[in-house]
Design a protein around this ligand. Structure first.
Ligand SMILES: [Zn+2]
Length: 428
């Protein structure tokens, strides 16, 4: 992609109410554009990151046997009346009336819709278990939409629902989803802590959040710092609780291993609920078990907000110059900066063509009326993991610099291709 032709370039003007790094950088680097309070357009660069996150999620959920489908955004009031959540859910639903005076809601979650779908299609234990997910737009009538993509009113969410004949089977699948979530967040380059939480208005017997430590987070957890040891392969524990439900205190002893507990502000990037039969009982989603006895189906539901995850990645991976994308979610593999020294045009062109032909996604800053200094600053702001420079100084080689390192190296174009292909293999 030639940067001169990219729609949505960098801007020096920071958004007025930007109180988070992700809000400021995603707007300034040309990833998103704000339409209203908590309403954003994903520009071409932002859409690429969004799609990469979506595809990581798809791969990990398909790997645990989940099937993708697409459910409607418009929900009839009658369905929400069956569970009593029409005017109880928090944040409240966006509601509207059609021209016949029928009330509808813009979906904020899909338990009602999916239970309605499933109850007409299962009759026997032989049809269980199964799990279905969608990646689709959701609406939340938030009181305060702040922090850029962290708290919005319209966003794309991955929501997964699973259906089981008994609690044991639900528990087993629940563990599989927790495992898949760990892989998803790790591939997106964020350290998520699995923390016990309250079910809120979704409910359930067991509920966990995936929390990422960040000063701009609106949640708080009490956690055992020895989880870090566990991630280093040493013995450690994973005790963590949302402060809303925490029985333990900061500075107190971890109930699992005795270590001194810590407190941290966090961003919730995922939420998993073992719903049990809360929805299936109310809505009559039943099946005949092995003895022919009618039973309500056991359910789990599991969510990840894509935009919020994207913003969280930026919150935890940036410096004073801009974003530092982890390789698995970066919009492009490399950012080719052409310093417009006389006589270097054909080398820049050939480098771009060779990389592109090798299947590497390159963003080429080919602008002629922009200084080298501005191009370097833009490349730091945009945050693609590898910067390549063609200039008189680099001669017939290309200068390689990792976004998160100071060191530069001169490499031949062939070496650049080889190295980028190796990096690509490592993240996919
Ligand atoms: Zn512990």
């Amino acid at each position: 992609m030639r940067y001169s032709q990219l729609f949505g370039k960098t801007t020096k003007i920071a958004p007025k109410e930007a109180d988070t790094a992700s809000h400021k950088f995603l707007v300034q680097a040309g990833y998103v554009d704000q339409l209203g309070a908590g309403i954003y357009t994903l520009l071409p660069l932002g859409w690429r990151v969004h799609e990469k996150i979506e595809n990581i999620i798809r791969e990990e959920l398909d790997a645990i046997g989940a099937q993708e489908l697409g459910m409607p955004v418009l929900h009839p009031k009658s369905l929400w009346a069956e569970t009593g959540r029409w005017d109880k859910i928090d944040p409240p639903l966006f509601t509207l009336e059609d021209r016949h005076g029928k009330e509808l809601a813009l979906g904020s979650t899909h338990e009602e819709v999916i239970v309605d779908l499933v109850r007409d299609r299962i009759s026997s234990y032989r049809e269980l278990p199964f799990s279905l997910y969608q990646i689709q737009v959701k609406f939340r009538n938030e009181m305060r939409a702040t922090g850029g993509l962290l708290r919005v009113r319209e966003f794309v969410m991955k929501d997964l629902y699973s259906f089981h004949e008994d609690k044991k089977d639900l528990e087993q699948y629940f563990k599989k989803v927790v495992g898949a979530y760990k892989k998803i967040f790790s591939r997106c380059g964020v350290d998520a802590i699995v923390s016990q939480a309250s079910g809120g208005t979704i409910g359930g017997t067991e509920t966990y959040e995936f929390q990422v430590i960040s000063d701009v987070g609106e949640d708080e957890i009490i956690y055992c710092p020895s989880f870090a040891k566990a991630s280093e392969g040493k013995p450690g524990c994973h005790f963590a609780e949302n402060k809303e439900i925490a029985k333990s205190k900061e500075g107190g002893a971890c109930p699992v291993c005795g270590e001194k507990l810590k407190r941290a502000k966090t961003i919730e990037v995922g939420h998993v609920f073992a719903l049990g039969t809360k929805y299936s009982e109310k809505m009559g989603a039943t099946f005949a078990d092995k003895d022919g006895k009618k039973k309500p189906v056991e359910m789990g539901c599991y969510g990840i907000g894509i935009g919020r995850l994207m913003a969280t990645i930026v919150e935890t991976s940036n410096d004073d110059k801009g974003i530092i994308w982890p390789k698995g979610v970066a919009p492009y593999d490399a950012h080719l900066v052409h310093v417009e020294d006389p006589g270097t045009e054909s080398h820049a062109e050939q480098t771009y063509e060779k990389l592109t032909k090798a299947g590497i996604d390159v963003l080429w800053d080919d602008r002629e009326d922009v200084s080298a200094g501005r191009k370097f600053a833009d490349s730091d702001l945009v945050g693609i993991p590898v910067r390549l420079v063609v200039s008189a100084k680099a001669g017939d080689k290309v200068e390689w610099k990792d976004r998160d390192k100071k060191k530069t190296e001169l490499l031949s174009v062939d070496e650049v291709v080889k190295r980028l292909k190796e990096l690509h293999l490592r993240v996919t």
